[in-house]
Design a protein around this ligand. Structure first.
Ligand SMILES: [Zn+2]
Length: 89
């Protein structure tokens, strides 16, 4: 892959229930990541569905799930379900 432009566009979407369960699953085994997310994001607004993005980490096949709103930016704070990195979308 030589371009990551397309990766900034949503890949799919998921229900609020699926999103919440996925984020809890990612954070439950990673307390340092959970505290980072808590420090850097605030709660999401009430929505029924959320976008899912392709993870931009090289060679990572994961997807990014909304975990909150970024404290310092008007962006969605996302978590990869595979490499557990955080990205703003
Ligand atoms: Zn990833």
């Amino acid at each position: 892959m030589s371009s990551n432009i397309a990766q900034n566009y949503p890949y799919s979407s998921e229900s609020e229930a699926a999103r919440a369960a996925t984020v809890v699953g990612i954070l439950s085994g990673n307390t340092s990541l959970a505290s980072t997310v808590k420090a850097e994001s605030i709660g999401l607004p009430d929505e029924e569905r959320w976008w899912v993005w392709k993870c931009p980490t090289r060679a990572c096949p994961g997807l990014l799930h909304a975990a909150g709103m970024a404290v310092n930016a008007h962006a969605v704070y996302t978590l990869c379900d595979t490499c557990s990195r955080t990205y703003l979308r």
